[in-house]
Design a protein around this ligand. Sequence first.
Ligand code: HEM
Length: 199
Amino acid sequence: MNWNARWIWHILFWGALAPLVVLIAQLLSRDLGPDPGKTLTEELGRWGLIFLLLTLTLSPLKRFLNIPLLRYRRMIGLYAFFYACLHVTAYLLFLADFQALWEDLLKRPYIMVGAAAFLILLALAVTSPRSMVRRLGKRWRTLHKGVYAAGILVVVHFLWQARADLGEPIAYGAVLAVLLLSRVKRRTVLPASSSSRNA
Ligand code: HEM
């Protein structure tokens, strides 16, 4: 990585922590509304989704701007997983009813959808080191296509729990649809092997 790329890496790495710092500051200053646990869970989940969408944006953006952005994809993807972990932790700490966890899951099936997305993100995070890329070979690419399924599941999870206010999850869903369609369209024009993984 050259000097410029290293700078960009540091800006992205530290910048991606900003939402967490802001949320912690709001929590400490009691600025998260009447139900801070719920707001915190929602905000962390939303950031998980935003980083997931950003991960999918890098490839089309790289083609559009013609600058090497894919070298940052692993870090941004790991941030999606990081915020998802914090979201699940906040749910367990503030919202889950451990006495009736099973009933809670049956009452709110969108949680199962979120859990499925979380398991996919976990598998992607565990296999993200370069040693795993080498070890898994072609299977790594196939496995990491799971990021699309994770994106769809998270949008469904968001839509399902939203009940009345569907505007925001629909907007995220529309962004995801555009990103997925751009890939399908490209695949029909160019063979999959023509795109390099880390450029
Ligand atoms: C075991 C896994 C998961 C559990 C138990 C879970 C739980 C929840 C719960 C309980 C809510 C509703 C919070 C409320 O009452 O308003 C929620 C909302 C949400 N979750 Fe998850 N979730 C999981 C996985 C994920 C993942 C992997 C992501 C994203 C990467 C995610 C993103 C979201 C988003 C965007 C919302 C909506 C936030 C809002 O209303 O603004 N969740 N989740």
